[in-house]
Design a protein around this ligand. Structure first.
Ligand code: PGA
Length: 252
């Protein structure tokens, strides 16, 4: 079963880098990770850089992801981007339901679910982001929040071990703050997420899905996180913006 769980180190660039900057980065990263064999790598530049970056990444093991997706294939939806558009721009992955999308752009578990279905049906690998805020953690609501995000987010999705899904646990209080969750906190939540997947979708899938940790991952804390039994990778924001730093994380 572990075959399905090759470690994945994913970079979420957020709203950083022009097309030209992204191309320069991709060329540098390609050289720095040429020796990597047993780790999957993904970068998610802004939409405007996807096509240009995909040209550079062709024939490398660096995958390409988008930071969002809309559920309709085409239509009068100003400002939105569909699955066929992402695929034609060279994407294999898409990040869905990042806490910044939930917080600033009104995304709910229901819209996250529609995006996930569109991505999965089109053959993209969705990276579903879940995580509690600091207030929710203090109120001991972490597990109930995650429960709802997972249950409602994945509602009605056809999932089995051949249709890969990635879940990223990103405690909102650890994103961009320099505060990483402790190894105990991370392992506890990751094991819980896997248990919930087993409950709702069966053991086969629970053992096959990759659960990434995200929130202030850096070169100096990545190996401790990757050593945890239920951590299958990392979703890296700030520290993925420099190819040298991101490469150090990939070489955890
Ligand atoms: P960070 O962001 O690594 O800058 O904390 C992680 C994320 O938002 O995916």
């Amino acid at each position: 079963m572990t075959d399905y769980r090759t470690p994945l180190i994913a970079g979420n660039w957020k709203m950083f880098k022009t097309g030209a900057e992204a191309v320069q980065y991709a060329k540098a990263l390609k050289k720095q990770v040429a020796d990597v064999e047993n780790t999957d790598i993904m970068i998610a530049p802004p939409f405007t850089a996807l096509s240009a970056v995909s040209e550079i990444l062709r024939d490398t093991r660096i995958g390409l992801g988008a930071q969002n997706i809309f559920w309709e294939k085409e239509g009068a939806f100003t400002g939105e981007i569909s699955a066929p558009m992402l695929i034609s721009a060279g994407c294999q992955y898409v990040i869905i339901g990042h806490s910044e999308r939930r917080q600033y752009f009104g995304e709910t578990d229901e819209t996250v679910n529609r995006r996930l279905k569109a991505a999965a049906n089109a053959g993209l690998i969705p990276i579903l982001c879940v995580g509690e805020t600091e207030t929710q953690r203090e109120a001991k609501k972490t597990f109930s929040v995650l429960d709802k995000q997972i249950k409602d987010g994945l509602n009605g999705l056809i999932l089995d071990e051949h249709h890969p899904l990635v879940i990223a646990y990103e405690p909102v209080w650890a994103i961009g703050t320099g505060k990483t969750a402790s190894p105990d906190q991370v392992q506890e939540v990751h094991a819980y997420i896997r248990k919930q997947i087993a409950k709702n979708f069966g053991n086969m899938l629970a053992n096959a899905i990759r659960v990434l940790y995200g929130g202030s991952v850096k070169p100096d804390n990545v190996s401790g996180l990757m050593a945890l039994p239920d951590v299958d990778g990392a979703l890296v924001g700030g520290a993925s913006l420099q190819p040298e730093t991101f490469s150090q994380i990939i070489h955890f």
